[in-house]
Ligand binder design. Structure first.
Ligand code: E4P
Length: 221
């Protein structure tokens, strides 16, 4: 399973990139709004900051409701940095979003269909040609449903039917989510940097480092 970082914050993206685990970045209108910066400029900055990764998701704005409006926004986004191939158009899981997805896929543009909450939605998105499908597990857990179970079922179905859209486990909130979606067969988990930091740590690792340091000090003295 690959790691994408789920943020529009340059510092967090840089931190994930520096440790060598980053394959992509996902943004959404809420994450971009937090940064208080022009959307297109931030996407351009992200692409420049992490040149050799697979994908940077840029979502069409909530103003684009009809397929032609989404396509018009996508056509501007894919011009960023002279047509950076990493730019992946993130589209909402609606009939209009699927129509835009099919259109863009035919043009060779990478797409990420977002806000997926059922296996059927994932299947539709895949058949519309989505490069990536994004089931939101944390938001399902929030309403007392099992988000990881959804990822498990989508992975089983895509394997069974030889579907090559990649599953991005999204709305990942804590380390246990990361382990469980990896075991479920997600191709990618997109996670906030604080969760990447959490999964790097264990109290016994910290204790071990302290003990080595203390023992080493004794010998050095
Ligand atoms: C994924 O692409 C989304 O940006 C994200 O994972 C949403 O997560 P949230 O439910 O924590 O807002």
């Amino acid at each position: 399973m690959k790691f994408f970082v789920d943020t529009a914050n340059l510092e967090d993206i840089q931190k994930a990139y520096k440790i060598g685990v980053l394959s992509g970045v996902t943004t959404n209108p809420s994450l971009v709004a937090k940064e208080r910066i022009k959307f297109e400029n931030r996407i351009a900055e992200i692409c420049q900051l992490v040149p050799d990764i697979e994908s940077v998701s840029a979502e069409v704005t909530p103003n684009a409701v009809m397929a032609d409006e989404m396509i018009a926004e996508a056509e501007e986004l894919i011009k960023i940095n002279n047509g950076d191939k990493k730019i992946t158009i993130k589209l909402p899981m609606t009939l209009q979003g699927l129509e835009a997805c099919r259109y863009l896929t035919k043009k060779g543009v990478k797409t990420n269909v977002t806000l997926i909450f059922t296996v059927n939605q994932a299947l539709l998105a895949a058949r519309a040609g989505a490069t990536y499908v994004s089931p939101f597990l944390g938001r399902l857990d929030d309403i007392s449903e099992d988000g990881v179970q959804l990822v498990t079922k989508i992975a089983e179905l895509f394997h069974l039917q030889k579907i090559d859209s990649q599953i991005i486990a999204a709305s990942v909130r804590h380390p246990d989510h990361v382990t469980r979606v990896a075991l479920a067969g997600a191709n990618i988990a997109t996670i906030p940097f604080n969760v990447i930091e959490q999964i790097s740590r264990h109290p016994l690792t910290d204790q071990g480092i302290d003990k080595f340091a203390a023992d080493w000090k004794k010998v050095s003295q």
